[in-house]
Write a protein that binds this ligand. Structure first.
Ligand SMILES: *[C@@H]1O[C@H](CO)[C@@H](O)[C@H](O)[C@H]1NC(C)=O
Ligand SMILES: *[C@@H]1O[C@H](CO)[C@@H](O)[C@H](O)[C@H]1NC(C)=O
Length: 487
């Protein structure tokens, strides 16, 4: 009895030893093949830990991308590129008129019947591929986080936005996508970002693994960052956008919890071509239905919207040559903005497009309104109001939530200028976003003063030569301001 048991244990130990030996052999021969000893590899890896991680993507995602990129390349429309050779529509044509149900859709893009069929056939092929490959999209289940993109020029602006995000109390992790290693800055990626709960991801670490895929252009980075981010639930924020209040609950509440895709409106009407709807084989919605989209912020669930995310990627991959002109004939907002809801519509997926119009932040100068930024509203408030579910304790109008500084970037190096938004017509200091009372009433606190505290801290920490100018502006505008922040 005892002997059998001993023999049994011995066999188990031997099996384990054999397995370990086999593993060691594998590691050793791998390193031999790659011309390095395992200790060398290990020390390189330790040294470059930060770097390597930034371009490391899970093997499942790499495999998915190589397959999907192959479909993207195959789905190129077999016809010449679409170019708009027409003057942009005028203000009356792009004005949003929700009560004018007879308003005509802008319609001047022309395609021959043959080209239309070519674009439509490729679209149908891509829809099939997207539905087929969506289950293979890899991400970390049940994770939530913020995704953004930033080239070197946008870093100082992003740092201010990240400080505002943390100031809002948000605990969401942030993934910042850089185009390539050329844009990698170890001071920022390994020093400043980790202290702000952000990490660098190098897009090229996965993107270029697919053979014959074209280099991405400016507008295409956003969708790729969302696609390659590790999160299941994504809040995309442009580098120049930040929340005025903590956004973390957006993922847990309506409308996101039911729809899984939430978009915000721009101030213009939708100018997608009627041809787009023919190509996608879907009904053409009246232009009085919704505003065009503004994509400074976006919520997307990969578990609910994987297939349309892939179609969005297709619309952006062929954006400059086909889908940007098809989805936007106007000069306002050509680019990725319209690709999100239209891909969802093409696959008949639900989405919540916030109806509350953006609040334009700015001031008057010489009888003209100077637009500085745009505030976008709380989708939960918007949802309650639209559904008629608001209770007496709720606000009767949606509260602002995000600020998108698309017009005047809050770069500490350049924001204080003689002709900038910090000066009135006589050259005196002024607030950028209009009266303090309005900002206080609508956000619940003075987000403008707070953003100046962060510009000041960020600008002076970075040792910019505008530090003293920012201090001067802040101290004269906010003499009773937070004395801890201003010396
Ligand atoms: C990296 O960022 C730091 C901090 O903003 C900056 O001082 C430095 O010049 C940057 N380095 C490069 C190589 O761009
Ligand atoms: C709900 O919102 C609507 C639209 O803003 C408003 O007219 C109504 O007074 C609100 N109801 C309550 C009970 O606050």
């Amino acid at each position: 009895m005892l002997a059998t048991r001993l023999a049994h244990s011995l066999a188990t130990v031997l099996k384990a030893l054999a397995a370990i030996f086999f593993l060691l052999l594998l590691v050793f021969s791998y390193d031999r093949l790659h011309g390095a000893s395992s200790s060398q590899v290990l020390s390189n890896r330790l040294q470059l830990n930060g770097n390597l991680a930034a371009a490391d993507f899970p093997p499942e995602l790499n495999r998915f991308w190589i397959n999907f990129a192959d479909s993207l390349v195959k789905a190129r429309p077999v016809c010449p590129e679409i170019r708009i050779d027409h003057a942009p529509p005028n203000d009356a044509e792009t004005r949003f008129e929700p009560d004018n149900h007879n308003k005509q859709r802008v319609d001047f893009l022309k395609l021959s019947a043959e080209d239309r069929k070519a674009v439509k056939d490729s679209h149908a092929f891509m829809v099939k591929q997207a539905l087929h490959q969506a289950p293979d999209l890899f991400y970390s289940r049940t994770t939530k986080g913020i995704v953004t993109t930033a080239g070197p020029r946008y870093m100082p602006i992003l740092l201010v936005s990240l400080r505002m995000l943390r100031r809002s109390g948000s605990e969401l992790p942030v993934e910042v996508f850089l185009g390539s290693w050329d844009e990698y800055n170890s001071t920022i990626c390994e020093g400043i970002f980790p202290s702000l709960g952000a990490s660098c991801r190098v897009l090229d670490g996965i993107y270029s693994k697919a053979p014959s895929i074209a280099k991405p252009e400016r507008f295409q980075f956003k969708i790729l960052a969302i696609l390659f981010s590790s999160f299941e639930d994504v809040l995309f924020l442009d580098a120049d956008a930040f929340p005025g209040n903590k956004p973390d609950d957006l993922f847990l509440t309506e409308p996101y919890s039911s729809y899984g895709l939430v978009t915000w409106p721009d101030i213009f009407g939708n100018t997608a071509s009627p041809l787009y709807f023919q190509i996608a084989s879907i009904a053409e919605p009246p232009v009085s239905l919704r505003l065009s989209s503004e994509s400074g912020q976006l919520l997307l669930s990969k578990s609910k919207h994987a297939a349309d995310l892939l179609l969005m990627t297709y619309y952006n991959y062929y954006g400059p040559d086909y889908y940007y002109p098809l989805l936007c004939q106007g000069s306002h907002g050509a680019g990725d903005k319209e690709t999100f809801i239209h891909a969802a519509m093409a696959l008949d997926r639900p989405f919540w497009d916030v109806r509350e119009r953006p609040w334009v932040l700015g001031h008057w100068k010489n009888g003209q309104f100077c637009l500085v930024a745009m505030a976008q509203h709380h989708p939960g408030d918007d949802w309650k109001i639209q559904k008629g579910l608001n209770e007496s304790s709720d606000p009767t109008t949606a509260r602002p939530l995000f600020v998108h500084n698309h017009f005047h970037k809050l770069d500490p190096k350049t924001i204080i200028r003689e002709d900038g938004p910090t000066r009135d017509v006589d050259g005196n200091y002024q607030r950028m976003w209009g009266p303090k009372k309005t900002v206080l009433d609508r956000f619940g606190h003075d987000v403008e003063q707070e953003v100046w505290e962060e510009i000041l801290a960020s600008g002076c920490e970075a040792g910019t030569d505008t530090c003293s100018k920012i201090k001067d502006y802040y101290n004269s505008m906010y003499p009773d301001g937070n004395s801890n922040e201003v010396i």
